[in-house]
Structure formats: C-alpha cells, structure tokens
Write a protein that binds this ligand. Sequence first.
Ligand code: FES
Length: 135
Amino acid sequence: MKNFEMHIRNIEEKEKNLLEILLLAQVKFGSLSSEVIEYLSNLTQIDIPEINDTIEFFNFLDRGENIKNIKICGGLSCSIKGGEDIYRTLQTTADEKNVKISLVKCMGKCAYSPNLTIDEISHTEVRLEDLKYLY
Ligand code: FES
C-alpha cells in the first residue's frame, strides 16, 4: 500500500493524470469501489464527483459490483406523478450511495407511474418514501 501511495503522491498535476491514477488503482484493488474512490479522493484531493465522472466516461473503468444502475422514467405521466421528485432526490445521494442515475424515455407502463428500474429490475408506482427500501 505504501508503494502505491508514494507512486500516486509523486504524480504531478493529479487532475490531468486522473485516468492514469484510476487505472493504477483498478489494477491494485481490482475495481474502483466507493471505498477505493473515497481513498483516492483523500489521497489526491480530487473531488469524488469528478472521479465518478471520469469513471463513467471511460467504460473500461470498473466500479466492481457495488454500483447500482437506476433508470427513472422521464415520460410525461411518470414525471407528473412524482418521477421528477424521485429523480432529483436520487441525484442528491448518487455519489454517496455509488449509484448511476439516468433519466430515460417512457418505459411503456404509464398506467403504473412513476416507474424506474434498478439494475434492470422494474419497480412501478414508486413513491418518494419507497426509495429507502429500494436501494
Ligand atoms: S411515462 Fe413513464 S412509463 Fe410512460
């Protein structure tokens, strides 16, 4: 661990070389889990959202199995029935919970709005207060 930390500390312009740092960390730890991301943030002084953006951009960077992929229906029916509030709420906790949030087109289940999927598992008639049980 000490060699890794020394190597990262010796890298100049860490933000410019973030991809290199992330690749080194992925090799060292096997994946870029939320714990690894927090550790790297402390080590490099780079904000967690910036690290997450970089990981999201390069699909060869692996977060491990901890990340959840949440898709929220952005169609009219779901938006009106609370989908927008759910989307905003999820966005505020995305980084700390290590989830990827995306707004998608109508999921074709408007009668059961609002709809979302978590790792491709469908959830219908979701209420804001249900979120704590879903992920
Ligand atoms: S608007 Fe959400 S399922 Fe159609």
